[in-house]
Design a protein around this ligand. Structure first.
Ligand SMILES: C[S@@+](CC[C@H](N)C(=O)[O-])C[C@H]1O[C@@H](n2cnc3c(N)ncnc32)[C@H](O)[C@@H]1O
Length: 363
């Protein structure tokens, strides 16, 4: 059996037998690679608003000069590599994932050992000072469990440290964990105290995420610089360019490997993809707020690009969204491992995880 297949099958067997990668790698240190990159992202999404009773008059976060966003990103230990924009959003590719800036919302997504939550304090000050957006309307923070949690720093050393940090800035927030806490899970923090009207943000909102691991080494070859020297070439060869018609895609190819892209779609929609193709710890994420993201057929198009051995699906939708995230769905060739559907005051949240059928059969 080739080394790459061995690692994929081992990972699959570990999950099937409820053994965590962390416990396994501690015992079998000699099998753990020296080079490691934590692909799993920390994802922070903040909606800002004005003081209650002050009306809708406020500045536009998108108009804040680039220098301030450079500063925010440096604060989380990353840097901006490129930027695209349309009338609804500015989308930045970072050395470790992405930043999206809307009129009254920012999304910060960072991987590796970055300190994503640093962006919370900085953006609160920035939004208040430069746009009169003095209140946090909604806050979402989420991430998958890390493969190497001990490598994380400061407030990201554990989920309870992250919660402690978030609590300093977010009034009425609460933490949740979905999935198998000892194997593969998803940590989630959000505001749960609402205004008397119930609906927090006055517009439809939804978000879909595919968090994929144990990716097919053959499919990952195209995300190595030796196969594609530009992000654009990899966007075309992988089929990412065809995922959502009308999307304008900005992409970056890292050396010797790794790929990131941000896409903006008319109507205030985006998608973002980040890929760590190294077989020993391969990871990819797909995230969008486009309603198509809710359909199993669309998800299968994404899965066909990466062919993951394992994946987590998360979906969020507020009361004004036309997308129903509460229903169950089937993915061709994948076996459902966990499913949790929860109602929060303003959002419905879906979490499910899957193993590829053929790999699970090895165990
Ligand atoms: C594309 S980035 C983004 C990772 C993303 N969060 C994901 O989904 O895996 C990570 C990949 O790029 C590679 N890489 C190469 N140079 C890098 C750099 N300067 N900073 C971050 N990643 C780099 C890493 O080894 C890894 O394969």
């Amino acid at each position: 059996m080739a080394a790459q297949d061995f690692i994929r099958v081992t990972a699959s067997c570990l999950r099937a037998n409820f053994i965590s990668y962390r416990a396994w790698s501690k015992k079998f240190k000699w099998l753990v690679p020296d080079h490691f990159f934590e692909g799993a992202e920390k994802l922070l999404s903040i909606w800002f608003t004005t003081e209650e009773g002050k009306g809708e008059e406020h500045g536009d976060l998108k108009k804040i000069p680039r220098g301030k966003w450079d500063e925010l990103v440096r604060g989380v230990d990353a840097e901006i590599l490129s930027e695209i924009e349309d009338e609804d959003v500015r989308a930045f590719i970072l050395s470790e994932s992405s930043l999206f800036v809307f009129e009254n919302r920012i999304i910060v997504k960072t991987c590796g050992t970055t300190r994503c939550l640093k962006a919370l304090e900085y953006s609160i000050t920035l939004a208040a000072k430069m746009c009169g957006l003095t209140r946090l309307q909604d806050v979402f923070y989420s991430r998958r469990n890390f493969l190497q949690p001990k490598a994380q720093v400061d407030m990201h050393s554990s989920f309870s440290d992250e919660v402690g940090y978030l609590d300093k800035f977010v009034e009425g927030g609460a933490p949740y964990v979905m999935g198998k806490v000892n194997i593969d899970c998803w940590f989630f923090y959000t505001k749960v105290q609402r205004s008397s009207t119930g609906v927090s943000i006055g517009q439809p909102d939804q978000r879909f995420e595919l968090i994929m691991s144990d990716l097919d080494p053959q499919a990952m070859k195209q995300f190595y610089y030796s196969s594609n020297q530009t992000g654009h070439a990899a966007t075309l060869s992988s089929g990412i360019s065809k995922l959502i018609p009308g999307a304008r895609i900005d992409s970056h190819m890292f050396q010797p490997c790794g790929y990131s892209c941000n896409a903006i779609i008319p109507g205030g929609f985006y998608f973002t993809i980040h890929i760590t193709p190294e077989t020993d710890f391969s990871f990819a994420s797909f995230e969008t707020n486009h309603p198509d993201g809710n359909h199993a057929g669309f998800m299968e198009k994404v899965l066909n690009i990466f062919k993951p051995g394992h994946l987590i699906v998360t979906k969020l939708a507020n009361q004004l969204s036309k997308t129903n995230v509460m229903s169950d769905f089937r993915l061709e060739n994948y076996d459902l491992q966990d499913l949790q559907i929860t109602k929060y005051p303003c959002y419905d949240v879906h979490y499910s995880s899957y193993d590829v059928r053929s790999l699970a059969d090895h165990c």
